[in-house]
Design a protein around this ligand. Structure first.
Ligand SMILES: Cc1cc2nc3c(=O)[nH]c(=O)nc-3n(C[C@H](O)[C@H](O)[C@H](O)COP(=O)(O)O)c2cc1C
Length: 314
């Protein structure tokens, strides 16, 4: 995953906060491109093609800047006006940024309490950055909110100390690195533990509610020797009947788990199961193949199974 940092700072030489944040990111994050707008375009003559190409090559876009008069340094505004064109970033055919991840990263002079209704800045940072947030929505990038740090203004002997600002910068950069790392890892690594948990609860013949929370309301289910059923009612009927028929617990031995992310947070999962149990009528020891479709809900950070197909192998 490539990270593109669009940096706006008119005097990086004198910077403490932004300069140190960038230094840490360069050390900690792989595959990163930093475009310092003020250095690239001191005359504000933005190379639109070069900037659009940089965006196209990125998976994660981060705007990094010091908060200036409740907004960004001027180069970023010029960049937005020139680069996010009709047919590229919005409008007909303007879906070139769709699905890229966006994060805002801002350093502030004012302390946290100043950005409250009774503080001297009156409004929250969340309120001040609404134009950026809406711009991101227009481009169909995925808005991941902002990372910020306060008390970064330095006036020798009067306002903050360089060492405090450097500590801020390290914490700030760590949060960005963590964000990038979390995106890189995606949610694929959470799926195997979920499948294991699902069958542990199955083997204990847990309450229906445990399973229903992970099944979409229109889940399609196919279980051997049953008609296909759709939705929670079908699951409830099948599972209640099955539970009444078991003597004791069940055992699911899983193997060959294969997980493919077909698109962002949509997964196709296949695996084999040796299924052993005892019902009122007979002993069961069979091999099954399962094929699931699952969506990872990033808001609730939970999986939702949309298709659950089980076939008998032998
Ligand atoms: C022109 C200008 C405007 C500023 N406006 C704000 C502001 O609106 N709110 C705020 O909290 N800090 C403001 N500051 C303080 C800067 O945000 C702070 O000095 C900066 O984040 C420190 O980062 P640096 O060390 O990378 O320059 C302003 C500073 C300058 C020079």
């Amino acid at each position: 995953m490539k990270t593109l940092i669009i940096l706006a700072h008119p005097d990086l030489e004198q910077s403490i906060a932004n300069k140190n944040i960038l230094k840490h990111l360069q050390e900690d994050v792989k595959n990163i491109e930093i475009r310092h707008l003020d250095k690239l375009y001191p005359d504000f003559n933005v190379n639109v093609i070069a900037e659009q190409n940089a965006l196209l090559s990125a998976d994660i876009v981060i705007f990094q800047y010091p908060f200036y008069w409740y907004s960004s340094p001027a180069t970023l505004k010029q960049w937005l006006d020139k680069v996010l064109t009709f047919g590229f970033a919005f409008g007909v055919g303007g879906d070139k940024l769709k699905g890229k991840h966006f994060l805002l990263s801002v350093t502030l002079g004012g302390p946290t309490k100043s950005y409250t209704p009774l503080g001297y800045n009156r409004f929250t940072l969340d309120e001040f950055i609404k134009p950026i947030q809406q711009t991101v929505y227009m481009t169909e990038m995925i808005y991941h909110g902002f990372i910020h740090s306060n008390r970064n203004a330095y006036v020798e002997g009067m306002l903050n100390s360089k060492s405090e600002i450097k500590v801020n910068a390290k914490n700030h950069a760590n949060q960005i690195s963590y964000f990038i790392e979390t995106l890189r890892k995606g949610n694929t690594h959470k799926i195997k533990p979920f499948i294991k948990k699902w069958f542990e609860h199955f083997d204990q013949l847990d309450e229906n509610g445990f399973f229903l929370q992970y099944l979409s309301s229109d889940v399609k289910m196919q279980i051997p020797d049953h008609n296909e059923f759709i939705g929670h009612d079908g699951f409830n009927k099948w599972y209640t009947e099955a539970k009444n028929n078991f003597i004791g617990l069940t055992a699911h031995h899983l193997s060959n788990i294969d997980i493919t992310e077909t698109s962002n947070n949509y997964f196709e999962i296949t695996f084999n199961v040796r299924y052993v149990t005892q019902t009122k009528d007979n002993s069961i020891d069979i091999f099954l193949k399962e094929n699931w479709q699952l969506v990872w809900n990033t808001t609730s950070d939970r999986p939702l199974i949309t298709e659950y197909l089980v076939t008998k192998i032998k």
